[in-house]
Design a protein around this ligand. Structure first.
Ligand code: FAD
Ligand code: PYC
Length: 417
């Protein structure tokens, strides 16, 4: 089943861009930076880019234990939408969509943002109520989303089976037309190239093994497999690994890490014109520009740092996809893979200061942080530069887990999380 390694292909592709590779391929770390970002995924690289571009802070290093975009940024299924229930979420995900719309131009790098629409299927009365509630809440927040009938869903996406006798009958759907997809690794490469051009150091194969503190408790830098590196401020943006990194600074995080997996089929001619998600059966599908059907499963039901999901979870997803799209029953899987996502108790992220002076954290995006990449990076850079949150990420703080001001988005994704 795991026939090709997507990461070997990604590495190969990066090597072939040797001109850019030279710019970010392991510069010697300086002894002192203004800001160190731990994690060269889209959120970390984007943060460095906005620190340099919007706040004039260029003495920045982005450290990664592997290679850029080798974490969840290069492993996700690229769905972008902002149809979340609560005001805080509408704020941050819509901020992201607005930035996505200009990102290719801004970075001079084609991130292949495609607003092909995201359709969320309702299969029963509960789904109808929940999705209609989201539609109403979204419209009040200026987020586009509308309710459509099963026939309208079929008109938009002809391979969808809407027979009343199917195992998961479709009784309607919510459609966010501004939602869609982008090319995941292009986002990391685009931010990396642009940040590097402004003087940011991007240091791969550099694992952070400790977070150092001054005698007054504030952050003084990090320990790495390439030695001690000093910094006035440190931002942890290491999805899936946040708890162990924050533990190095003595901060206990309200997070659990789970494997999340996906797969693609062999490539075929264009057949799925939008993203189709089913919250009830935990399956979703879209088609990449290369023609592969991109299919995602739910999280495993146990915590783990393994970057492989359990086979029965993927099997369930493929069963559900074949029920909803019988036309795909004889398709062949090309490859499958997994990532590790970290999940908070209310399924919303933390983009915030921490109790340690100079230490900031961006985590807890769970199964849904790709869509947020530009928005999250933009407000995290603001938070680091100003030592206080941007209005958009004020609610995504750590204090909410003690004062109870939770942002409960547990029903927001079509992914078991
Ligand atoms: P990452 O890209 O994971 O980057 C973190 C980096 O930190 C990694 O490169 C890692 O090597 C590095 N790191 C970790 N520990 C250390 C250390 N000690 N020292 C140095 N570096 C370290 N979201 C969506 O919105 N839509 C989707 O369709 C979607 N589908 C998904 C499907 C799958 C299968 C998975 C796994 C996730 C999916 N997500 C999706 C979630 C999304 O991928 C993540 O929320 C997002 O990519 C997180 O980006 P990041 O930059 O924070 O983290
Ligand atoms: O948040 O839309 C999402 C998503 C889809 C797949 C994984 N996450």
């Amino acid at each position: 089943m795991r026939k090709y390694s997507v990461f070997a292909l990604a590495r190969e592709a990066m090597r072939s861009h040797s001109g850019w590779q030279k710019q970010w391929d392991n510069p010697e770390p300086r002894t002192q930076y203004d800001v160190i970002i731990i994690g060269a995924g889209g959120h970390g690289l984007g943060t460095a880019y906005y620190l340099a571009k919007e706040h004039g802070i260029t003495n920045v290093a982005v450290l990664d234990k592997g290679w850029i975009g080798g974490g969840n940024t290069g492993r996700n299924t690229t769905i972008i939408r902002s149809n979340y229930l609560y005001d805080e979420s509408a704020g941050i995900y819509n901020h992201a969509i607005n930035l996505w719309e200009d990102l290719s131009k801004e970075l001079n790098y084609n991130v292949m943002f495609s607003q092909r629409g995201v359709m969320m299927l309702a299969h029963n009365v509960h789904d109808v109520q929940s999705l209609k509630r989201h539609v109403h809440a979204n419209r009040l927040n200026g987020v586009d989303n509308k309710w459509i009938t099963a026939n309208a869903a079929k008109e938009i996406c002809p391979p969808l089976n809407i027979s009343r006798t199917s195992r998961y009958p479709v009784v309607g759907a919510a459609l966010q037309k501004k939602g869609g997809t982008a090319r995941h690794d292009a986002v990391a490469w685009g931010y990396a190239r642009a940040a590097s051009a402004m003087g940011v150091h991007i240091i791969q194969n550099c694992e952070v093994t400790g977070i150092n503190r001054n005698t007054d408790g504030s952050v003084s830098g990090v320990e790495t497999n390439r030695g001690t590196i000093g910094a006035m401020k440190v931002g942890v943006v290491a999805a899936g690994h946040t708890s162990s990194l924050m533990d190095m600074a003595g901060v206990r995080m309200p997070l659990e890490s789970y494997p999340l997996q996906a797969c693609v089929s062999e490539p075929i001619k264009p057949i799925i014109p939008c993203v189709v998600m089913s919250n009830s059966v935990h399956a979703y599908i879209s088609q990449s520009d290369k023609g592969e059907l991109v299919i995602g499963a739910g999280t495993d039901q146990y915590t783990s740092y393994s970057q492989t999901g359990s086979l029965h979870i993927l099997t369930h997803t493929l069963d559900a996809i074949c029920e909803m799209f019988p036309i795909f029953t004889r398709m062949k899987m090309l490859r499958s893979w997994g990532g590790i996502v970290d999940v908070t108790p209310d399924r919303s992220p933390v983009v915030a200061k921490t109790p340690i002076s100079g230490l900031f954290v961006n985590c807890g995006w769970g199964t849904g942080g790709f869509k947020a990449t530009p928005g999250s990076a933009n407000v995290f850079a603001h938070t680091i530069a100003h030592n206080q949150p941007h209005k958009i990420n004020e609610g995504f703080n750590l204090e909410r887990f003690s004062n109870g001001r939770l942002i409960d988005e547990a029903a927001a994704a079509a992914v078991a999380h």
